[in-house]
Design a protein around this ligand. Structure first.
Ligand SMILES: [Cu+2]
Length: 335
C-alpha cells in the first residue's frame, strides 16, 4: 500500500511486515484513509511476476468538501512483456516491455475520455510500470499539475504543462478546462510506447520490398515480421499492394494503425483520445469529431505554394533493377 499513512503491520511487505500469503489464503487488512488523493496498491511479494501479470489497483479518496470537477478519470499506466503469438505475459522480462497499457488496455482498446466543452476535467495518472516512466502528453489543451501521490499541490505552486512525466511508482493528477472541442490525442510521448508488441528480431526494411518473406517465415517463427517498407505504419493495410500488410500471429494486435476518420491512425499502446463535445451523453462515445467547414488541414494548392514561394523538388526516379544492390548481411560477430 504505497504512499499512505497505514499502520506498519498493514503495509503488506512480504517478510518485513507480514508472512507470505500462500496460494488459497486470504489476508485481512484494516486501516483508515485520512488523506484525500490518489493512491495505488500492488503486491510486495514476487513483484516481477505478480505486477508483471497485472496485479495492481487504485484508491481514490475524495475530500469532504468536493472540488468543482465535472469529469474525473483514473488511468493506471503499466507495461507487460507479451511476445507476439503468446497469450500471457513473460514475467522473466526485466527490461524490454512491449505492451504499454492504460488501464491494462492498448489502443484502440483504450476507452476515450468523453467530456463536455468547458468541463473542468481531472485525470489521475498512476504509474505501476516495472521500468518505464511515462511522459503523458495532451493535445489541444494546457493542464495544471494539481497533485502527486503525496497530496494536493498548493495552488500557488502548481504549474502549467502539456506533458507530465509520471515516474514509475508515482501519481500525477492533472486538471484542465476542456475549452477546445475536438478529438485530442492523449498519450505517452515515448515513441515506442504508442506502438503495440513488436516481435521482430530483424533489421528495419524501409525502402525494401520484402514481398512474400513474411508468409514464408511466419509459420516457422511466429515473432517474425518485416518492418514496413515505407516506415512502421503499413501494418494494418497496405494500400499499394491492396492486402493486409502484415500477417499477424495469433493473440496479437496490429503494432500500430487502427481505422480513423481520415485513414489509419498510426498509434497503439499507451494512447487514447480526449473527446471534447458541446453535447455529450454521459460517457457514451460520441464517435469521431465533425469538424466545422474549412478547419481541417488539406493538400496545399499550386497557387498557395507559389504565393508562399515554395518549390517542391521532383522526386528521384524509381530504381527498377534491384539485382545490383548488395544484400545486407548481419555480421555474425554482432550478436
Ligand atoms: Cu510511456
Amino acid at each position: 500500500m504505497a504512499s499512505h499513512q497505514v499502520p506498519n503491520g498493514m503495509d503488506g511487505v512480504n517478510g518485513l511486515t507480514q508472512p507470505i500469503i500462500s496460494p488459497g489464503e486470504t489476508f485481512w487488512y484494516e486501516f483508515d484513509l485520512p488523506r484525500q488523493g490518489t493512491f495505488m496498491y500492488h503486491p510486495h511479494s514476487d513483484e516481477m511476476t505478480q505486477i508483471g501479470m497485472g496485479m495492481m489497483g487504485a484508491i481514490v479518496v475524495h475530500p469532504q468538501q468536493p472540488e468543482p470537477i465535472d469529469r474525473d478519470f483514473v488511468i493506471l499506466l503499466s507495461e507487460f512483456a507479451v511476445r507476439a503469438g503468446r497469450s500471457r505475459p513473460d514475467t522473466t522480462e526485466m527490461v524490454d516491455f512491449n505492451t504499454l497499457t492504460m488501464n491494462s488496455k492498448v489502443f484502440p482498446g483504450t476507452d476515450p475520455l468523453v467530456v463536455q466543452t468547458n468541463d473542468r476535467v481531472r485525470v489521475r495518472l498512476i504509474n505501476v510500470s516495472q521500468m518505464s516512466h511515462h511522459p503523458i502528453h495532451l493535445h489541444g489543451h494546457v493542464f495544471d499539475i494539481t497533485a502527486t501521490e503525496g497530496g494536493p499541490i498548493p495552488e500557488g505552486a502548481q504549474w502549467p504543462e502539456t506533458t507530465v512525466l509520471v515516474p514509475t511508482g508515482a501519481v500525477r493528477e492533472i486538471t484542465f478546462v476542456a475549452d477546445n472541442p475536438g478529438d485530442w490525442a492523449f498519450h505517452c510521448h515515448m515513441l515506442h510506447h504508442v506502438m503495440n508488441q513488436m516481435g521482430h528480431p530483424d533489421p528495419p526494411a524501409v525502402g525494401v520490398d520484402a514481398g512474400a518473406v513474411n508468409e514464408a517465415v511466419q509459420p516457422l517463427i511466429p515473432e517474425f515480421m518485416h518492418m514496413g517498407e515505407a516506415g512502421m505504419a503499413g501494418m494494418l493495410h497496405d494500400d499499394e499492394h491492396d492486402h493486409h500488410a502484415m500477417a499477424m500471429p495469433r493473440n496479437s494486435v496490429a503494432m500500430q494503425t487502427t481505422p480513423g476518420p481520415f485513414g489509419p491512425i498510426e498509434m497503439g499502446g499507451m494512447f487514447t483520445i480526449v473527446k471534447v463535445r458541446d453535447e455529450v451523453d454521459d460517457d457514451e462515445d460520441p464517435g469521431w469529431y465533425d469538424h466545422p467547414e474549412d478547419t481541417v488541414a488539406r493538400l496545399a494548392t499550386e497557387q498557395e505554394l507559389e504565393r508562399d514561394g515554395i518549390e517542391i523538388p521532383e522526386p528521384p526516379e524509381e530504381v527498377d533493377d534491384v539485382d545490383e544492390v548488395e544484400p545486407h548481411r548481419h555480421d555474425e560477430h554482432d550478436h
